[in-house]
Structure formats: C-alpha cells, structure tokens
Design a protein around this ligand. Structure first.
Ligand code: FE2
Length: 483
C-alpha cells in the first residue's frame, strides 16, 4: 500500500523534540522503546526497507540507495507541494543474498528549498521522504562514531535494540540543534556502523526515519570489514579508484557549504593511493575553504596502551597527508573515547587547545575522537597523551553538533543521557589557508612508508580475502585482494 508522509523540517524537529523529551524519564523511555519496536518491525518486514540518503558531490545532488528484488528501479523527485519534478534511473549492484542494492543520483537541486522523493522498484514503492537543500555556506553536521549496530546470537532483538539507540541518539541531536536554533543538515559517522559487517546490521543502521531525509555519510571501520555487506550497502559520490583498496569500500569526497569532506577508508594502509585521492579532491575544489577528513582510526589519544605501536605507525602514515594538504579537522573513532587533540603538525603539538577555547588560524590540524553509541568504554581513568587538549570519560552516548560557517567551525559535544555539554572548541580562519603553510621538508623515509604501507595493506587484504571465503562468499581472487 502506498503511504505518503510529508512533513516540514520544523514539524519533524518538533516531533523529535517531543519524543526526545519523553526519553528522560524511565516510564517515558519504555514508551519510546515500544514506539521504536513497533516502527522497527514494520519498517524492516520487506527487503526494500533499507532506504538511505547520502550526500551527493555537492549540494545540487543527493544519492539514494535501497535493497530490491528487482534489478531496476527509479527515484521520483517531488517539489515541496508534492508535484513530480523528475525521475532518476537507479543502477544495480547484485548482492550475495541474490537480490540487488539499487542506487540513484538525484541531481539539479537548487537551494534553499524543500524537496521530497520516493523510490520504486518492481511492485514496491517507498514512503515519500522530504529533504532540504541549503542555500548558503552555513550548516550544522552531527558527528558520531562507532555506532555498532550489532547482531548477537544470544540476544534475539539485539539489532533492533542497538538500532534503537542510534535512533534515540539522532533524535537527541536534532532536539539539541533545534534548541540551539539550528537544524541538522548532515550526519557524519566515522566507521564501525556495524559490529560484524552484516547486512542485517546495516538494515538496522538505516531503519530510522532520519537517515532517509538527512544525508548520512559513513566511512569504513575495521568492524565494517568483518564481512562483505558494506560493499553493497553504500552508494557514494566521487569514489577513489585505487591500486589497493578494501574489498568493502574506498575513499570518497563531497563538498557542502565551504567544506571539502574527505571520507577515507583508513583500514586500507596504501598511503600513496590515499595521497593521490586527497590531491585530486583538492585540485577539483581549489577554492573550498575548509578541509575536513573523516576516518576511523584514532591517532593521538593514547587511551589504549596496547594499540600504541599500531598508532605510532598510523601517525607516521597520516600526519604527512594532513600537514601537506592542510586538513583543518580530522573526525575519528575506533578508541570509543572522547578526545580533542591539540593543534598538531609534523606529529607534534604546535598549539595547546583547551575545552571551550578558540583557535585562530591554526598552524596544523585538530584531531577529534568521539565515543561509541552502543559500546561505550568503561570510565576507567587512563593516562592521556600529552597531545590531547580535552577528554571526557563517560559510558553515556555522545553526539557532536558542528556548526560550519565561512569563518569558523564550532564543535559542541553532548551526551544523550544527560543532555549536558561535555566539550567544545572553535576553529577560526581568516584566510583560505589559515596558518597552514606546508613547511615540512619531505622526510627521506616517506617513499619508504608508501612501500611498507602498500605491503602491509596487501597482506591485510589477503587475510580479509581468506576470512571472507571462509564465511562462504565466492569472491574473485584479484578483486578480493585489491578491492
Ligand atoms: Fe568500534
């Protein structure tokens, strides 16, 4: 049955505010769970349920993807009054489960404005979803990481419940943004969307209503590589063609406002490939003022001592790229601990940061890590790296609202449970380059890092190929190893 649901961003936000306000008492939480449980059951009963909206190359595009029994499908674009504007044909990726992940690119959007769309494939037609297109350079993104929607053989409803926590976290972020007089225009997720990389988990990841209306940009976490389904689940613009990449995904970029986002697969250690990707993205967008990278692996927090030797290698790999291309901000995950680094250049602190502070024309990069949505670490105190300006240990769920404007990036972090702000920092820039002048001479060992990191990635991919074949997936050898 065709269901049509249209609601403005404001009405949607007010509903979310109401729903979220309910979640602050135990009884209301039960009510919220009942609402979610019945919504989840209804929204996942057909394979076509998993509709997801992803940023396009720029504000004039949106990418839409969904599972389908049919290999053909379309996305129908409507204006704010529900009149059909255009139809976009989908391309199909055949999945290991025997059906398809369809993807269509909506193009020609003009902002500011409200649009709507629905998907059609076979005899199925989706609900109608609204989305907004911004008309200026200011916007707010919600950044989170390590969502870990998880299937658990001992917990029948584990996927539903962990997906519900993601849903509540997004609602809390939307409500907080509304209280701040903003709307959330983009959701960034720094990897480990799922714990075992399973299709059922990704269906849970995008079961909520919000990632159908707000562009949802993810990167590959190490857990997303535990199976093959992330490869089919995602549909992204400007994907990098690399000599070596993960079987499940690769780097991609998009521009929103005055920000160039580098969405990087840091599981792939082939640094020459990443460097070429970043260089090409920068050359394609020379006038975009802010450069923000999102990738999974934490570099500086030092919170997990057993990972320090791995992190030393990761820092040697990533810092030269951030320095050379003047990344203003890197949004990371993996540690499940909230930290904001000092301003880093050449793997050293060049300016200390503090909670609530402002950095103007930073002569380097700030690296931020958020906590996990479904697997927060316990609050055991551990020694912080000297390169961290602010940290917050909590078992609560953390979300971050980032206001991007022409002159500043303002980050504010909150927990779902308390609603309190746990950290903030502002980055200001008065020129296109800020204080980023690449002055690190090429180290003699940089070419060596390219070689070593390629070999390390190659060996790693052989391991993943073996594991995936053990899981029963029939993968061509070359594709399995080189991506
Ligand atoms: Fe994780």
């Amino acid at each position: 049955m065709k269901k049509t649901r249209r609601f403005s961003a404001l009405v949607m936000a007010l509903v979310m505010l109401f729903t979220c306000a309910m979640s602050f008492t135990a009884n209301a939480q039960d009510t919220t769970d009942v609402i979610w449980n019945s919504y989840y059951a209804a929204s996942t009963e057909q394979i076509e349920a998993a509709v997801m909206l992803t940023p396009g190359s720029n504000e004039s595009e949106r990418y839409v993807s969904w599972y389908s029994e049919s290999a053909t499908g379309t996305v129908v674009l409507l204006d704010a009054l529900g009149r059909e504007i255009d139809t976009f044909e989908a391309t199909a990726k055949a999945t290991p489960q025997g059906d398809y992940r369809l993807g269509a690119v909506i193009s020609g959007l003009k902002g500011p404005g409200v649009y709507a769309y629905y998907c059609k494939s076979g005899n199925w037609q989706s609900t109608t979803y609204t989305f907004t297109v911004d008309g200026d350079t200011s916007f707010t993104a919600m950044y989170m990481t390590d969502i870990h929607v998880s299937g658990d053989k001992f917990e029948e409803n584990s996927i539903r419940d962990t997906a519900g926590k993601l849903n509540n976290t997004i609602e809390a972020g939307l409500s907080k943004a509304l209280l701040n007089g903003k709307s959330v225009d983009l959701i960034l997720s720094a990897g480990d969307q799922a714990s075992d990389g399973l299709r059922e988990e990704y269906i849970g990841v995008c079961a909520n209503e919000y990632t159908k209306s707000i562009p949802f940009a993810t990167v590959v976490g190490n857990h997303d590589r535990k199976s093959v389904d992330y490869r089919y689940f995602t549909f992204q613009p400007n994907t990098a063609d690399m000599h070596l990449k993960s079987y499940v995904g690769t780097d991609y970029w998009f521009v929103k406002g005055d920000v160039l986002f580098f969405m990087i697969d840091s599981n792939n250690t082939s640094m020459a490939d990443h460097r070429r990707f970043v260089k090409e993205a920068v050359e394609a967008n020379p006038d975009v003022k802010w450069r923000v990278a999102v990738f999974h692996h934490d570099l500086y927090s030092g919170r997990i001592p057993s990972r320090e030797s791995e992190n030393q290698f990761l820092r040697l790999m990533w810092a030269p790229i951030a320095d050379e291309f003047g990344f203003d901000l890197c949004l990371l995950g993996h540690s499940h601990y909230y930290t904001i680094s000092n301003v880093m250049y050449n793997n050293k602190t060049v300016t200390a940061t503090e909670n609530g502070g402002t950095v103007t024309n930073a002569e380097g990069t700030i690296y931020m890590v958020s906590g996990s949505i479904n697997n927060p670490r316990n609050s055991e105190e551990v020694e912080l790296s000297e390169n961290i300006g602010h940290a917050h240990l909590t078992e609560d769920r953390i979300y971050n609202l980032i206001d991007f404007s022409e002159d500043s990036i303002e980050i504010k972090s909150y927990t779902v449970e308390s609603g309190e702000e746990i950290g903030s920092i502002t980055i200001e820039k008065t020129t296109n380059e800020g204080g980023h002048t690449y002055k690190t001479p090429a180290k003699w060992y940089y070419p060596l890092i390219d070689v070593i990191s390629f070999i390390a990635g190659f060996i790693n991919n052989i391991g993943r190929y073996y594991d995936n074949t053990q899981l029963g997936f029939d993968i061509p050898l070359f594709e399995g190893i080189f991506g």
